[in-house]
Each structure stands twice: as structure tokens, then as C-alpha cells.
Ligand binder design. Structure first.
Ligand SMILES: [Zn+2]
Length: 402
């Protein structure tokens, strides 16, 4: 996976190198992945979580298809509960320096001080591996809007280490994936050659900040050994379009990040947990689900996942129900991930995901009709796009067979 950015069309006729590459990827059983960290993590959908959520997730993650990415500046502390439980899941540690520090050209990585000495980038990576991580994530600072020079310098310094056991973390302001900067961003990330752990930075849902984001992310997944982490079901969309692995966050705050110079926008004082409504492939506040079915509790959906065992979705109301809500979500999406990864080709993965999303959009109307409501349940924008965009770009006939 060392191909450089090449969107050009040689001679102005026939498919471009990039189009041929996408055609080959669509027909492949799984995306090509670099040796080392890429091979170890390939074809997995992991859970991205905070340390204290470990016990809630462990029973439902799949050792064959999943894994954990645990946040925390101290890798031994972050991975401790999972290791103490004797898990067989592959583990990663995200040191999350980007939550508090912006990267600069002079200091693209967030390196802790040990007394008067600053720890080196290589030492930070080694500490993660020593603590039990299967591969190391670079402690990259937040790459701010317009910061392509910062990203280039971070990638250059990371590349100098020449380590196959490490993954370059790219916590990118979402504008770097928009129309003004995408070509430059993609060229820099494609030049790294090792896997890139992508984190989207922005207030609210970064996917909704421009209509270009979802297509650009899919394009990136076809060009870079990509591992979107700290994200929502964008993870499954991108594994359907060539990402080698992904990690879904357990709650809203770990499904994106925010520029450390900006105040994180508070959403609400509602203490009920974020709950996955499986038929709608969307997360809602537990209080919202309960309110919708308040007058008709017998219509409230039941869930047959390993965490719910047939109980209703209206039971997640208070803060103390958060662990159960996290277990339920992980159990449900672990099944989807297994089905998606079992598709015979990468194109089949995309088709599975598009069908799941199209069904979810339709289910919004089904529930409204059951509840005899005219409004109050609108499909979220990314879900509508995943359901309607072509599962895979149309590819010129000459390129269809590699
Ligand atoms: Zn469930």
C-alpha cells in the first residue's frame, strides 16, 4: 500500500490509475493491508472506549472480529482493566493528547515530560507496546483548520521512525477533508505508507459539515490503509469502502473530537444514556425513546442482542443505565460488523451496509405510523446519505476486472 496519490487520467482516455485501483479493491475479498500493525488489525471493527467502560464492553466484543481502543495518557493504566480480565481481544491505547493540545510544525506530537527530560516519540510508542497494546498509536496533537503544513511535518517525523508496529494517528479538523484541502490531505496521508488512524474533529457531527465529507472519506479509504477510530457508524461505512479496520465510540464524546482551542458545545443536561435503536441504525437519548413510546409501552421495541435478551429499549433512562446501554450497542453492532466483514467482496460489504441503512430509513416511517405520529422521528442526515449514495462508484467497464 505504498501507492501515491494519483487521480489523473493518462492521455485523457480510459480509467485513471485511481479508478482501476478502486475497481480492484471492490472485487477483492478484503482490502490489501500493510505488514505489521495493518496485518494484525485488518478486518476488525473495534470498540473505542474510556477505561471505566471496559467491563461494560468486554462480554460483547468479538475476539475474532473486534478489539478495544482505550483512551488515556498512561497506557498501563488505560489497558489495565482489560488485561486484568484476561481478555483475548487485541488492545490499543489512544493517548488523546489532541484533546488538549494543538499540533504545530515545531511540535506535532504531544510528548510527556519526565522530570526535566521530554520523552521521545519512539519512547511513547514503545510504552504502549510494553503495556500490552498490539500496535502503537502516535500521540499526534490536534491538526487545526488549514494545518496541512502541520500534518505534513507530523507525517514526516513519524515516517523517519520507519516502524511497522505503529499507526499514525490523524486527528484532523473536519475542514481538512472538505473541498479546499482534501486533495492535499489525501496526498500526505497516502504518502505515509503505514496505517492511518483517522479521527474527525468538529463540533456536533463532523459528517454533516459539508456534503463532500462522506464521499471524500470513502475516497480516502480506497487510497490509504485507513483505520477510522473514535467515530460512529461512519466506521462501518468506511470498512465497506476499503478501510482496513475501524473503532466505534461508546458515547457521543468519543465519536469525534473538538479543537482544544474551542469549548466543547454542551448538548443537554439530559442524564439518560445514548442508546442504539437497532432498527433505525441510530443513537438516541434513552429519554427520547421512552417519551416516544410513553403512551404505548406495549409497542416499545424489544432487542434480542446478548445484552438485552429480549428486553425493551425503553429501559435506559438514568445515568446508572449507561453501562447496560453501552453493552447493548456493542453487542448489536458487533453482529453487523461480522455480517459486513463476511461479505465475499469489498463491494459486497458496501452493499450490505447500504441495505442496512436503507432499511433503517424506511423503519423511521414504520414506527411513526405505529405510533400514529406525523413527526418526531426524522432520519439523521448521514444515515440518509449512506442509504442513497451508490454503494460503490460506477466503474468504467474496462477497469471492472483487474
Ligand atoms: Zn440489545
Amino acid at each position: 500500500m505504498t501507492d501515491r496519490y494519483d487521480g489523473s487520467r493518462a492521455g485523457g482516455a480510459g480509467p485513471s490509475a485511481l479508478e482501476r485501483r478502486k475497481a480492484a479493491l471492490a472485487a477483492a475479498s478484503f482490502p490489501p493491508r500493510p505488514d505489521g500493525a495493518g496485518a494484525l488489525l485488518g478486518d476488525r471493527v473495534l470498540v473505542y472506549l474510556r477505561r471505566e467502560q471496559t467491563d461494560a464492553v468486554l462480554p460483547y466484543a468479538d475476539p475474532a472480529r473486534g478489539g478495544l481502543v482505550v483512551t488515556g495518557a498512561d497506557p498501563g493504566h488505560a489497558l489495565g482493566p482489560a488485561l486484568a480480565a484476561g481478555t483475548r481481544l487485541p488492545l490499543l491505547n489512544d493517548p488523546v493528547g489532541y484533546e488538549t493540545v494543538r499540533a504545530t510544525v515545531a511540535a506535532p506530537f504531544v510528548l510527556p515530560a519526565a522530570g526535566l527530560v521530554t520523552v521521545t516519540l519512539a519512547e511513547v510508542l514503545d510504552a504502549q507496546l510494553r503495556a500490552g497494546a498490539i500496535a502503537a498509536l502516535s500521540p499526534t496533537g490536534y491538526i487545526p483548520a488549514g494545518g496541512t503544513d502541520v500534518l505534513r511535518e507530523a507525517a514526516r517525523q513519524f515516517g523517519l521512525l520507519g516502524r511497522a508496529d505503529a499507526i499514525f494517528t490523524a486527528p484532523l479538523d473536519i475542514s481538512l477533508l472538505g473541498p479546499s484541502y482534501y486533495a492535499t490531505t489525501a496526498a500526505i496521508l497516502a504518502g505515509i505508507g503505514t496505517p492511518v488512524a483517522l479521527i474527525l474533529g468538529g463540533q456536533g457531527d463532523p459528517l454533516t459539515q459539508s456534503k463532500h465529507i462522506i464521499p471524500n472519506l470513502r475516497d480516502l479509504a480506497a487510497r490509504v490503509p485507513l483505520i477510522p477510530i473514535r467515530t460512529d457508524f461512519n466506521a462501518l461505512d468506511l470498512v465497506g469502502h476499503g478501510a482496513i479496520a475501524a473503532a466505534i465510540g461508546t458515547g457521543g464524546s468519543v465519536r469525534h473530537t473538538v479543537d482544544p482551542f474551542e469549548k466543547r458545545r454542551a448538548f443537554s443536561r439530559d442524564q439518560s444514556p445514548s442508546v442504539l435503536w437497532p432498527e433505525l441504525v441510530s443513537f438516541f437519548k434513552g429519554s427520547k425513546i421512552n417519551e416516544l413510546f410513553g403512551a404505548r409501552p406495549s409497542l416499545a421495541p424489544r432487542c434480542d442482542c446478548a445484552a438485552c435478551g429480549g428486553r425493551r429499549l425503553t429501559r435506559f433512562l438514568r445515568r446508572e443505565h449507561q453501562s447496560q446501554a453501552i453493552g447493548h450497542a456493542a453487542a448489536v453492532w458487533t453482529r453487523w460488523a461480522a455480517d459486513l466483514l463476511d461479505a465475499p467482496t469489498v463491494r459486497g460489504r458496501a452493499q450490505y451496509w447500504r441495505n442496512l441503512c436503507a432499511g433503517a430509513v424506511a423503519h423511521h416511517a414504520v414506527f411513526l405510523a405505529q405510533l400514529q405520529l406525523l413527526e418526531g422521528l426524522t432520519p439523521q442526515e448521514p444515515l440518509k446519505r449512506w442509504a442513497t449514495l451508490p454503494a460503490w462508484p460506477s466503474i468504467p467497464a474496462a477497469a471492472a476486472v483487474p
